[in-house]
Design a protein around this ligand. Structure first.
Ligand code: UT7
Length: 325
């Protein structure tokens, strides 16, 4: 039976030029490169320059993806941009990006699911393609988390970085089988009762300030491992596939220990896990497309590989995508 699939035809990423090594934080915080590496696997991260906004990072990632796909910006008829650090309260960063790309048709909107943003954006884009509302969608995760850090809180400010990753999905017909290219299954979940373990203490409606990130790291860690593994298994089950069918797991890059423990729960050897957290830190919604793009450029991800991605963040919100590249 012929079905419409959302097939990836291009991928790209962008990292701001300023690289900050762990040792930088030792200048004003009671921390060390040794602690950060041992507890998180992070060695460095990138921070956006003054005057460099989320839409700028998204623009460079989009151009990289458009070039990779071999299309023109005008061929894109929708933009779904996942971010928790928009340029402005409104309008959306997606419409700013649309203007920067010179696109004046179709539609663009932001979506906010913090670190799970890319899983949510891919699911939304998949639905738009399958329902016939768009044919070529630019899906982006872009963040400037450096703008919501408390630089005196050593338990959070060493963990995050800035960056953007972009994927172009195109409507193509498939056979309706697990060998089709494109998105094969999505799983989204959230539980708002966990608001207080990961949040920003400001907002438009509440304080009229931006606020800074607050996290009970140990609590989030526990939820992350169990929820990521079960969501990944659930998405594979929905797709009618098993863990042994997966070529690459591209997990949310928050902490190497979370990535290892989840891999162990999923019974996947680390050789099949894409890891970039050492160079990027946690870039929230950008983390998965960034890692995927790096893996593609490294020559790890190839056409027809089966990819499982899983992510969790504030909300709590979490989810997984199964797709064949
Ligand atoms: O993207 C989505 C969400 N985020 C995550 O997935 C993050 C989830 N959580 C984590 O990655 C980890 O819990 C952290 C990396 C945040 C913390 O690692 P941990 O092994 O859970 O450490 P901990 O919070 O249990 O803290 C252990 C000790 C504490 O000292 P005491 O109370 O034992 O004296 C902390 O104060 O480490 C201390 N500590 C630090 N020491 C040096 C916390 N941060 C630092 C630091 N440098 N930067």
């Amino acid at each position: 039976m012929s079905v419409i699939r959302a097939v990836p035809i291009g991928i790209g990423h962008y990292l701001p030029s300023r690289v900050v090594e762990n040792s930088e934080f030792e200048k004003w915080l009671e921390t060390s490169d040794e602690w950060i590496q041992a507890r998180t696997g992070i060695q460095r991260r990138h921070f956006a320059a003054d005057g460099e906004f989320t839409s700028d990072l998204a623009y460079h990632a989009a151009i990289d993806a458009i070039r990779d796909a071999g299309i023109e910006a005008a061929d894109i008829d929708a933009i779904v941009l996942a971010t928790s650090t928009p340029d402005q309260t409104f309008p959306s960063t997606a419409t700013k990006l649309q203007a920067k790309l010179g696109i004046r048709t179709g539609f663009a909107f932001d979506l906010q699911a913090v670190c799970a943003g890319f899983a949510y954006a891919m699911t939304m884009a998949n639905s738009l393609i399958v329902s016939g509302q768009a044919t070529r969608i630019l899906v982006i995760g872009a963040e400037t988390f450096s703008r919501i850090m408390d630089w005196n809180d050593r338990t959070t400010c060493v963990l995050f970085g800035d960056g953007a990753g972009a994927v172009i999905l195109e409507a193509q017909s498939g056979e309706g089988t697990t060998t089709d290219r494109g998105i094969l299954a999505c799983d989204l979940q959230s539980d708002g009762t966990y608001n207080d373990i990961l949040y920003v203490d400001g907002g438009v409606s509440s304080t009229q300030t931006t606020g800074v990130l607050k996290m009970e790291g140990r609590e989030v860690f526990k939820h992350a491992v169990t929820k990521l593994a079960s969501s990944g298994e659930f998405a594979l089950e929905k797709a009618g596939l098993g863990i042994d069918d997966v070529t690459w797991v591209v997990p949310h890059q928050a902490n190497l220990r979370i990535i290892r423990n989840t891999a162990q729960k999923l019974r996947v050897p680390m050789e099949r896990i894409v890891v970039t957290v050492q160079d990027h830190g946690n870039t929230s919604a950008a983390s998965i497309p960034l890692a995927m793009s790096v893996a593609k450029k490294r020559g790890q991800i190839k056409q027809n590989d089966l990819i499982l991605t899983e992510a969790i963040g504030g909300g709590l919100a979490w989810g997984s995508i199964v797709l064949r590249w």
